[in-house]
Design a protein. Structure first.
Length: 183
């Protein structure tokens, strides 16, 4: 049977051995468990912060895109209200609108000459020259009616001249372009 001294020595060695094993387990836990998980957690936190910054930036961009989309929609609505180039098949109707305006304004000596159309990639431009006579109010009403045509036109030249006979009559010459699409 072991003596008390041998048992004490044996328990002391066991205690030292157990201490070394616990210390080795703690070191192994630190290097193989705690430290890698801490680094992984730090990397995840960094990724979370980067993603939060990215999310905030994307939300800011989304707000500005929504504002831009609203502005685009408003501009589309406004564009729909603005005069548009006519289609080629609508050209006789435009000329009839000019004729109607002439008749409503009671103009005299009305002459209309269509020029040679100029073609570009998106539209054709047809110059029309008109000369006529009438009182100032009639001429003004005719010019207003040409402005109210719901298609794209542009007055390039306008000449108004009072007749020398002193009757208040006006001689007018106007050159305008009518734009129509090439489709």
């Amino acid at each position: 049977m072991p003596t008390l001294r041998t048992q004490i020595a044996w328990y002391a060695r066991a205690q030292w051995t157990l201490g070394v094993v616990v210390f080795a387990a703690l070191v192994a836990f630190y290097f193989f468990g705690y430290r890698p998980q801490t680094h992984r957690l730090a990397a995840l936190r960094t990724t979370i912060i980067a993603r939060q910054v990215e999310l905030a930036e994307n939300q800011r961009k989304a707000v500005s895109r929504n504002e831009i989309a609203l502005k685009n929609e408003k501009l589309r609505t406004e564009l729909d209200r603005i005069k548009k180039p006519s289609k080629r098949q609508e050209l006789p109707e435009l000329i009839k609108d000019l004729e109607r305006g002439k008749e409503q304004a009671s103009l005299r000596k009305y002459e209309q000459k269509a020029g040679v159309p100029t073609r570009s990639d998106l539209y054709c431009e047809l110059p029309i020259s008109m000369t006529f006579e009438g009182d100032f109010t009639s001429v003004f009403n005719f010019l207003r009616s040409t402005e109210e045509i719901q298609r794209l036109t542009r007055v390039r030249n306008l000449k108004l001249k009072a007749k020398p006979d002193g009757t208040g009559q006006v001689q007018a010459g106007i050159t305008m372009n009518i734009y129509f699409s090439t489709e």
